[in-house]
Design a protein around this ligand. Structure first.
Ligand SMILES: C[S@@+](CC[C@H](N)C(=O)[O-])C[C@H]1O[C@@H](n2cnc3c(N)ncnc32)[C@H](O)[C@@H]1O
Length: 213
């Protein structure tokens, strides 16, 4: 599924990306056949992108907001060092159940913890700093998540915010709650003198953010 780049170029890029591991392919299939909103799943290109970002950044402690069925958590886990950890937050029990089942079958079961409940509450309960935060939960809370995790970023920490181009609707925003929230988030980050950011036209828009102080 193409969000912001043309379908043909998206297919070409996917064909020149290392295919997903069999377990992830099976997870994607089960997600599409049993869960609603399957377009929420990050998919092959962004999954490898997240894996390589974790690998290249040397991140050891990752926080994910929005587990869904676990595709991105498992993708990022593949880039972690053996002593790396991922805390992933999910409010929907059914989504968390699917994620936990695949995590248990993966080589990373000891590195990923699924926290069921509102992510803002989970963030408060977790101790310590994060090397990488993947922001992919409810869009209406994006600014709240950003303000909650920015002070918790490690020295070389980075926030990775998903869906920041919102299928292109940022160009001509409709009045939908999600669109207004993403537009507000993009302006909030861009005008924030505490950070350096880049918005990438990967999949549905990915914004990378680091503290610049
Ligand atoms: C876009 S999906 C995440 C996709 C996932 N990262 C992946 O790659 O497959 C967003 C998820 O956030 C969850 N969610 C929505 N509001 C939430 C909240 N307040 N706290 C935690 N999770 C929430 C939804 O149930 C959904 O599973």
């Amino acid at each position: 599924m193409a969000f912001v780049v043309g379908e043909e170029i998206e297919r070409y890029a996917e064909a020149h990306t290392t295919p997903a591991e069999p377990l992830l392919a099976e997870l994607a299939e089960e997600t599409r056949s049993t869960l609603e909103m399957a377009q929420m799943l990050t998919g092959a290109i962004e999954g490898r992108f997240l894996e390589l970002l974790v690998f290249a950044s040397g991140a050891r402690r990752v926080l994910e907001l929005g587990t869904y069925s676990g595709y991105s958590a498992l993708s990022m886990a593949a880039g972690l060092p053996p002593d790396g950890r991922i805390d992933t937050c999910e409010v929907d029990e059914q989504h968390a159940e699917v994620a936990r089942r695949y995590i248990a079958r993966s080589p990373y079961a000891d590195r990923i913890t699924v926290h069921v409940g509102p992510a803002l509450e989970t963030i408060e309960r977790l101790d310590g700093d994060f090397d990488l935060v993947f922001l992919d939960a409810d869009k209406v809370n994006y600014v709240n998540y950003y303000e909650a995790v920015l002070p918790r970023l490690g020295e070389r920490g980075v926030i990775v915010a998903d869906n920041t181009l919102w299928s292109g609707r940022v160009l001509d925003p409709d009045d939908a709650e999600g669109t207004r929230a993403i537009v507000a988030f993009n302006e909030h980050v861009r005008s924030d003198g505490r950070v350096t950011c880049v918005q990438l036209t990967v999949r549905d828009g990915v914004t990378l953010i680091r503290r610049s102080e």
